[in-house]
Design a binder for this molecule. Structure first.
Ligand SMILES: [Zn+2]
Length: 221
């Protein structure tokens, strides 16, 4: 997803083009009258000034956690977001022209999900031991894989909607039919909104279940 409101230049449609690279031709849709275009520029200052956008991917994940509960690991979902954005981070540090390469394809996302599920599950256990969370329950394998696949696939889909250099269906095609389906502003706000709704729902569920007997898997993170 949006790895940084920093590295790309948006056009009037809210589609972000990588620095030094022109966006592909796309449908022309005039912005709404009076619409405020407040998306990132591509100046070096902007690269340093804005924080990475990777955490915004967590919004839909938090909502999914509220809905799926024990069948979904939010920790593994978050780990998958980090794994997905290693490539763009390295590209940014190296000032590469293209930020969203092969890792931002559904093909590679499948491989990264298979990688993220066991590693995220393992890291969560190590982290719990280091932090002394005595009540931590190991993440179940179904929850780990659901979180991992939801994480990598949603990441590719959201980024492909707003980044002009993404090719989500490579190596089969370099076309990106998802580009422009939603503006960057809409995607950003959707992530924030789903995160807020999901967080409220998670807290409400936690309060409701406090002190009740629940299956062990339902309490997994
Ligand atoms: Zn990304």
């Amino acid at each position: 997803m949006p790895h940084g409101r920093c590295q790309n230049s948006p056009d009037a449609e809210g589609i972000l083009s990588p620095p030094g690279r022109a966006a592909r031709p796309r449908r022309r849709i005039a912005p709404a009258a009076g619409a405020r275009v407040d998306l990132p520029d591509a100046t070096p200052l902007a690269r340093e000034k804005h924080v990475p956008f990777t955490p915004f991917h967590m919004g839909p994940g938090i909502l999914a956690k509220a809905c799926l509960r024990g069948w979904f690991s939010l920790i593994v979902f978050g780990w998958a977001q980090i794994v997905m954005d290693i490539e763009p981070l390295l590209a940014m540090l190296g000032r590469a022209e293209r930020l969203h390469g092969f890792t931002h394809t559904f093909a590679c996302a499948t491989l990264l999900a298979v990688f993220s599920a066991p590693t995220g599950r393992c890291l969560a256990g190590i982290g719990a031991r280091i932090l002394g969370f005595a009540g931590f329950r190991p993440i179940g394998w179904p929850a780990a894989f659901v979180g991992a696949f939801a994480g990598t696939y949603s990441h590719v889909a959201l980024d492909a909607m707003i980044y002009a250099d993404a090719t989500p269906f490579a190596p089969f095609t370099d076309a990106n039919p998802l580009l422009g389906l939603a503006s960057a502003r809409f995607v950003y706000r959707m992530c924030l909104l789903t995160g807020a709704i999901g967080a409220v729902a998670c807290v409400a569920i936690w309060l409701y279940l406090a002190g009740r007997d629940v299956p062990p898997g339902a309490a997994t993170l």
